[in-house]
Design a protein around this ligand. Structure first.
Ligand code: PEP
Length: 252
């Protein structure tokens, strides 16, 4: 439960749906979701779908998110997308450092840190993904791995940015596997991340939201959101079905 922090539910569509399919899914979601006080919802379609999804979400409480950002604002960086370009399309949140990018594209903590700084220099709200591999959990190093990822990702971030920032704890072995982490592990890992945020940002670190991601479904969202220290969810597979994502956003 998040206390003073408004809950945040983010749907990550990854590399799914064409622009037309995305706009249609966004329209369906906009029809189903009603604004709820103390709750924010965002969807992150592929870059190619951002303009159509922005139009589909006009007048709805659902915010637009992007799945990545580049750290420079302009220049010879073929294939990259800047903060300015995202803001121009009405993007509000940006996912940074997803484990799939770290694994398939070699994204490092240093790159994640530069992307966080770029998002914060603009008006975007970074959602920084951290999480341990299965071998690290089995070796008992999950908490240390995640602490180091948070420290490196947020190096140089000012305390005044704490409320614009969110961290998603996403154990890699729980993503897309149907094996969500146990409530006990989630509470423990979120508590550890909160301690790290306070180390970095002082008391202001309490304003940063900590989301859980990894096989979140309509069946487990209610228990998840009732757990100590869970301020929201980053949802992959289940965010591609309007009915499921609407139920997740309507958690009790
Ligand atoms: C994700 O994409 O960040 C994610 C958590 O995926 P899934 O919900 O499918 O496990």
């Amino acid at each position: 439960m998040s206390g003073a922090r408004p809950a945040l539910i983010v749907g990550n569509w990854k590399m799914h749906r064409t622009a037309a399919e995305s706009a249609s899914l966004a329209r369906e979601l906009a029809e189903r979701l009603r604004p709820t006080a103390g709750r924010e919802v965002a969807i992150a379609p592929p870059f190619t779908a951002l303009p159509g999804v922005a139009a589909a979400l006009a007048g709805s409480p659902i915010a637009l998110a992007a799945q990545d950002i580049f750290w420079e604002s302009e220049g010879p960086y073929t294939g990259e997308i800047s903060a300015l370009m995202l803001q121009d399309l009405g993007v509000r949140h940006v996912i940074i450092g997803h484990s799939e990018r770290r694994r398939h594209l070699g994204e490092t903590d240093h790159m994640v840190n530069r992307k966080v700084a770029a998002a914060l220099r603009s008006d975007l709200r970074p959602l920084v993904c951290v999480g341990e591999a299965e071998a690290e959990r089995l070796a008992g190093t999950a908490a240390a791995v995640v602490r180091d990822q948070v420290l490196r990702a947020l190096e140089g971030v000012a305390a005044g940015e704490a409320a614009r920032l969110a961290v998603a704890y996403e154990p890699i072995w729980a993503i897309g596997t149907g094996r969500a982490a146990t409530p006990g592990d989630i509470v423990e890992m979120h508590a550890g991340i909160r301690v790290t945020l306070r180390t970095l940002l002082g008391e202001a670190g309490d304003a940063t939201r900590i989301l859980y991601g990894g096989s979140v479904t309509p069946a487990n969202i209610d228990g998840l959101m009732a757990s100590q220290g869970v301020d929201g969810a980053l949802v992959g597979g289940a965010s591609l079905k309007a009915e499921d994502f609407a139920r997740i956003c309507d958690y009790r």
